[in-house]
Design a protein around this ligand. Structure first.
Ligand SMILES: Nc1ncnc2c1ncn2[C@@H]1O[C@H](COP(=O)(O)OP(=O)(O)OP(=O)(O)O)[C@@H](O)[C@H]1O
Ligand SMILES: [Mg+2]
Length: 482
């Protein structure tokens, strides 16, 4: 727009247009230094929001300015000119984040129709704009896109900003928690379990602190850092917490540990189980001889005792066999198997067990499943063990639902075994795969650890989900497309 401000008066709309068109950072102020308008570049450059500056004094932006009226009018009145005035010295501009930058500037006098006299102050240092613009864009995208939880707090322990990922993991709605005191944000969470501790404002630095957080029934394993934020004089202005979701890494680590533990127990088991079985076999043999003798001599009481002893020996034998399975089974027969077919073979056994407990079994299949490689007998044992656990967890009227499905993307066959029992409390869920962990009076606690061993050997996984009530075990076995 070609114009000479001394020749005609501009409307406010024209002033606005002038501002928008300008690539530099521009503010419009009156003769008292009250800011009337600013452009988008100025917002990006300084970090201020429009409402932070409009109707405020220019001294907020240029703090070391002395007499505004004098400074603005000095040049124009002394030389009686309305031409733009470019000053080659720099002024110090204070950004919203309290850092300062120096910038050259020009002032232009604008004659407006609906205001007496306005001045346009243009910050001319484009490097400053580029650098800061980049920084603002980085910090914006850091809060929005980066896969990190970020929380900023001020000295009053209020939440000043929070990244999208932090909202997602913590189950917060950004607008609801912004500017809230942290005690309100973490209301209901015991003080030791609050992710952001007031102590960061006392200079308590945290590095790589492992922390668990559960929201919407999903448990996250987090690794967090927190520290103070200080201004250039060293005064504390707030603090930040940054965290990373390491749930996958943790579960991998736990799987490795569990697998190590299992193989150690397996080795011990393999070594000792045979040694237990051998004497048991001879004890059992002699007991059978005794049993016969007691019978022929009519010694009914003693005969009864031998029967009990023999049943107990069978129990020990059974336990030792299970124990042996913990070591890598030696005669595993790998063959291509149709999971549906294998499952249908054990379904009658599951039904019988269900009838004994007064529960119902539902079996849902997607039809033809791809064949997977594995040992059918061991695979049957896994499905039986997990189904038995589900049935045992339910009272009369419960429903055990078995669903077979294909995950074509991950190339896996999944079997969900869901029960409508009481569920597994979250503090126990990590322990159920440990050998000898049981909550049952007559349980060995070996069932799930054996299942885990077998499925890991097939290159698969067993996952468990329990939300309040009901439990789903998912057995996933990979298949390869032929
Ligand atoms: N479906 C389920 N619902 C609730 N708790 C379960 C379920 N499955 C397993 N658990 C818990 O996990 C524990 C360990 O199971 P695991 O099969 O290893 O041993 P167990 O069933 O106790 O003993 P065993 O298998 O020798 O009979 C159980 O004692 C139970 O507390
Ligand atoms: Mg069991």
């Amino acid at each position: 727009m070609e114009r000479n401000s001394s020749q005609f008066l501009m409307t406010m709309d024209e002033v606005m247009l002038l501002l928008q068109k300008n690539n530099s950072s521009v503010i419009i102020m009156d003769v008292d230094g009250v800011i009337r308008l600013c452009n988008q570049t100025f917002i990006l450059q300084t970090g201020y929001a429009r409402e932070d500056v409009v109707h405020k004094s220019i001294k907020q932006i240029i703090p070391n300015m002395k007499d505004v009226r004098f400074w603005i009018t000095d040049y124009f009145e002394s030389i009686h000119s309305n031409q733009p005035y470019r000053e080659n010295r720099s002024i110090i501009v204070q950004m919203r984040n309290k850092t300062s930058q120096s910038s050259e500037y020009s002032i232009e006098k604008l004659q407006c129709t609906d205001d007496n006299q306005l001045y346009m102050l243009t910050f001319l240092d484009m490097n400053l704009y580029n650098g800061l613009n980049l920084f603002h864009r980085f910090s914006d995208s850091f809060m929005k896109d980066v896969n990190l939880g970020v929380i900023l707090i001020n000295t009053e322990f209020r939440l000043i900003d929070i990244s999208d990922m932090a909202c997602q993991v913590l189950g917060f709605v950004r607008e609801e928690v912004m500017n809230q005191p942290m005690d309100v944000v973490f209301k209901g969470v015991p003080i030791d379990h609050q992710l952001v501790q007031r102590t960061i404002l006392h200079g308590h630095t945290v590095r790589n602190h492992a922390f668990s957080w559960t929201s919407n029934d999903i448990r996250y394993e987090l690794l967090m850092d927190s520290n103070l934020l200080k201004d250039e004089t060293g005064a504390i202005v707030g603090g930040y917490v940054i965290f990373k979701d390491v749930s996958n890494l943790r579960s991998l680590e736990e799987q490795v540990q569990r697998s190590d533990r299992l193989s150690m127990i397996g080795q011990i088991a393999a070594g000792t189980a045979h040694e237990i079985r051998n004497p048991l076999t001879s004890i059992k043999g002699f007991l059978q001889v005794l049993k016969k003798t007691f019978k022929t001599k009519g010694m009914d009481k003693e005969f009864g005792y031998t029967e009990i002893m023999l049943t107990e020996i069978d129990r020990i034998n059974q336990l030792v066999s299970e124990f042996l399975l913990l070591s890598k089974p030696k005669n595993v027969i790998f063959e291509l198997m149709d999971i549906s077919k294998v499952f249908r073979e054990i379904l009658p056994i599951i039904h019988n067990e269900a009838i004994l407990h007064g529960v119902v079994v539902e079996y849902i299949t997607e039809g033809t499943l791809p064949d997977v490689l594995g040992d059918r007998e061991l695979f049957k044992q896994v499905c039986l063990n997990i189904s038995k656990n589900g049935i045992e967890a339910m009272t009369e009227g419960g429903i055990l639902t078995i669903v077979e499905r294909v995950d074509s993307e991950e190339k896996k066959v999944n079997i969900d075994i869901h029960d409508s029992g009481p569920g597994i409390p979250s503090f126990l869920i990590d322990k159920i795969f440990d050998p000898f962990f049981t909550t049952k009076e007559n349980g060995t606690g070996l069932g799930l650890s054996i299942c885990q061993r077998i499925v890991l050997d097939l290159g698969g996984t067993i996952r468990v989900a329990s939300k309040g009530f009901g439990t789903t075990f998912t057995i996933s076995i990979p298949f390869s497309e032929s």
